[in-house]
Design a protein around this ligand. Structure first.
Ligand code: SF4
Length: 219
């Protein structure tokens, strides 16, 4: 199936900071605000230029990562591996210091998540993934020049396919798999979580190869 971003309905890309659409996540957010008032504790916006050609879609903010700092993949292990890889392949410049004020810039790249609010145990429910897809869809829609989307993990893969109107059976998830959606090439990768790297599901080399492919394709 070929779907271009121009076929998709436009909606806000960023929910209200008190978005109530997922009651369980709104409760979790409220508890985090009481416990850690200095943390971000709100839906996390995408990072990077909407005119980028590369979009990376993760799962959801990590409790002590993006939920704490307010920038996707910033402050936890997954960010260490992701930003090191983006710097290596020229999709970021500067120095990553795990803080939103570290001055790191994305280059022709944007980072978003399938779910904008931190879920308990990093596990959003299917209904929450479905509800938050409107913001992921809007993110893709507002990227007129996107040509490559890296999908970190099965949930990001499936939610992005649904956002693009692609049948899941037509594009099964597998690390290293590549699928097409009109002019957009979709690259599957296991999520760069500490769990996946500690258990050997994802090695640094496996992750680097995904971005090497993207770099080769985008030039
Ligand atoms: S996960 Fe998305 S839809 Fe659900 S409450 Fe957060 S911002 Fe709203």
């Amino acid at each position: 199936m070929t779907i271009s971003t121009s076929n998709l309905v436009t909606a806000p890309t960023l929910p209200d900071s008190n978005c109530p659409l997922c009651p369980r996540l709104a409760d979790f957010r409220a508890q985090a605000r009481l416990r850690e008032p200095g943390w971000f504790n709100s839906p996390v916006d995408s990072f990077g230029d909407p005119n980028a050609r590369l979009l990376i879609v993760g799962l959801a903010p990590g409790l002590q990562g993006a939920n704490r700092t307010g920038r996707p993949f910033t402050g936890d292990y997954a960010g260490d591996l992701l930003y090191a890889t983006l710097l290596e392949y020229g999709f970021a410049s500067g120095v990553y210091r795990a803080r939103p004020d570290d001055g790191l810039k994305l280059v022709d790249c944007r980072i978003s998540n399938a779910v904008r609010c931190v879920p308990p145990q990093n596990k959003p429910l299917p209904a929450e993934i479905n509800t938050c897809r409107q913001f992921l869809r809007a993110t893709i829609t507002t990227m007129p020049t996107v040509r490559a989307i890296v999908l970190l993990g099965r949930i990001a893969h499936e939610s992005t396919l649904k956002a693009l109107g692609i049948r899941l059976a037509a594009a099964p998830f597998a690390h290293g798999a590549v699928h097409m959606s009109g002019q957009i090439k979709l690259y599957d990768s296991y999520h760069c979580s500490r769990y996946n790297t500690n258990t050997g599901v994802l090695t640094t080399d496996m992750f680097r190869k995904v971005f090497a492919n993207v770099r080769k394709d985008l030039g």
